[in-house]
Design a protein around this ligand. Structure first.
Ligand SMILES: [Zn+2]
Length: 174
């Protein structure tokens, strides 16, 4: 898949490779205080919200349990509850900030199903706009991501800070 106009990719390509996290990105995000580097917006006791580093649209978020688990049925009720609660919160934040026309919310289990990280399950929240999947996506496997990740992060993080205040989690922003 090719991507047009992706300023975020430039900084990715030019950053030292040693800065790239080794290991499970969700476990790293759940444990690390380098919240901006890991694109983490919210850290609760049982689930976290982070931005996708290779977003399909602006505001493409991921919600994951803190526990390193591969399947929904591995999770405790507490984790599952936290996951869907945070998904709802993230959907509301994205609605407020970006006013998308719709959402794709979904999960892939196993590499065969398209999971990039197969051993730590996570839920994708992808805001959608009328016309965003234009002919280029269909015919040329091209996606358009017009906003830099830092810009998205700065737009979203105040909302998650508010959420952290209300729910007692830790917000991504220092
Ligand atoms: Zn993990």
């Amino acid at each position: 898949m090719e991507t047009l106009f992706t300023p975020w990719r430039y900084s990715y390509l030019t950053s030292p490779k040693t800065d790239q996290p080794q290991g499970c990105i969700f476990c790293i995000a759940a444990a690390s205080d380098a919240v901006r580097d890991t694109l983490t917006l919210y850290r609760g006791a049982d689930a976290i919200v982070m931005m996708n580093r290779y977003p399909y649209t602006n505001g493409h978020l991921m919600v994951a349990p803190v526990a390193h688990e591969a399947r929904l049925y591995d999770s405790t009720d507490q984790s599952l509850r936290a996951l869907i609660r945070l998904t709802a919160d993230a959907q509301r934040v994205l609605s407020d900030v970006y006013q998308p026309h719709g959402f794709n919310v979904g999960m892939n289990f196993g590499a065969v199903a398209g999971a990039g990280v197969a051993d730590h399950y996570h839920l994708h929240i992808v805001p959608r706009w009328n016309g965003d999947s234009n002919f280029m996506t269909v015919t040329a496997q091209t996606r358009l991501v017009p906003e830099e990740l830092d810009v998205t992060y700065d737009k979203l993080v105040p909302h998650f800070r508010e959420l952290a205040g209300a729910r007692g989690g830790a917000c991504g922003a220092e």
